[in-house]
Design a protein around this ligand. Structure first.
Ligand code: PAF
Length: 282
């Protein structure tokens, strides 16, 4: 497996692959791999001839009071893990490579998708994501790009951007990977103390509660949100950010669940702000 740090070398590698008629898959990540990342890479290896995993903690998508400086990093460990699932290249550019002096262009996706959930809690976050993903698509020119469904809103932002800007890449969402007790895999789980780690299981439990309610015939979005909030608030270490339901994949406000709906939750446990979601089907 290669570790490439410059855009010029990355372009060179991809142009060789293309000359040999090989399809290219991209797995954009911020590193510190867990089984969720590895599931993205495995899917990419199944579907593409050559797989590039980008590893870049993108400063543009962090707010001033967020965890950019603390974000966990271990390139050596990540390289071993990526290699073990068959990744061909890790693209790990520096900040100067990605955002050289004078950089002054961003990509922003409209409010219908970004004006709610994490877009509201983290102003500027999705502009940072859309900008860096556009750059990665332009550099790697993948046939397919793989994103985790844990960031359901991010997947919709990227799909909207790809459609609106006629980007020639297929977006492949990959299901959430969970720990045995239901906690969704996240690089941020390393911030949790043992007590907070235990408390964080309340997120998935609250989603399961909602699913049971829908199975029993409950269709009232506000009532489901109320029950989910109550469940999360019953955990003293949880500091609730949001619990919301929208139509899926349109992300329109709904009162009643009639088709597919996204139930998304976010809460802080100490330093870790965690998100999770489930698609409820009436
Ligand atoms: O999901 C992530 O890890 C990041 O938002 C992404 C897509 C790699 C962009 O920095």
């Amino acid at each position: 497996m290669l570790i490439i740090k410059t855009i010029a070398e990355m372009r060179q590698f991809v142009s060789e692959a293309r000359k040999n008629n090989r399809s290219v898959g991209l797995v954009p990540t911020m590193g510190y791999f867990h089984r969720g990342h590895l599931a993205l890479m495995e899917k990419a290896v199944q579907q593409c001839d050559v797989v590039v995993t980008s590893l870049y903690v993108n400063p543009l998508q962090f707010g001033p009071a967020e965890d950019f400086a603390a974000y966990p990093k271990d390139l050596e460990r990540d390289a071993k893990l990526a290699e073990s699932v068959g990744v061909d290249v890790i693209f790990a550019p520096t900040d100067r490579e990605m955002y050289p002096a004078g950089f002054d262009t961003t990509v922003s996706v409209g409010d219908t998708i970004t004006g709610k959930l994490c877009g509201l809690s983290r102003p500027g976050h999705f502009t940072g994501v859309a900008t860096v993903v556009t750059k990665l698509f332009n550099i790697v020119q993948p046939d397919k790009a793989f994103f985790g469904q844990k960031d359901a809103q991010q997947v919709l932002v990227i799909k909207r951007m790809v459609q609106d800007l006629n980007m020639n890449v297929e977006i492949v969402p990959v299901p959430i990977v969970r720990e045995k007790d239901g906690l969704a895999m996240s690089s941020r789980n390393v911030y949790l103390t043992p007590e907070q780690r235990q408390a964080a299981t309340v997120l998935y439990k609250s989603l399961q509660l909602a699913q049971e309610q829908v199975k029993k015939g409950q269709r009232d979005g506000a009532e489901i949100c109320r029950l989910v909030k109550e469940k999360i608030n019953s955990e003293p270490l949880a500091e609730l950010d949001y619990v919301e339901i929208y139509s899926y994949p349109e992300l329109k406000s709904i009162d009643k669940i009639n088709g597919a709906a996204l139930l998304a939750v976010a809460a802080k446990f100490g330093l870790a702000r965690l998100i999770d979601n489930i698609i409820l089907e009436a």
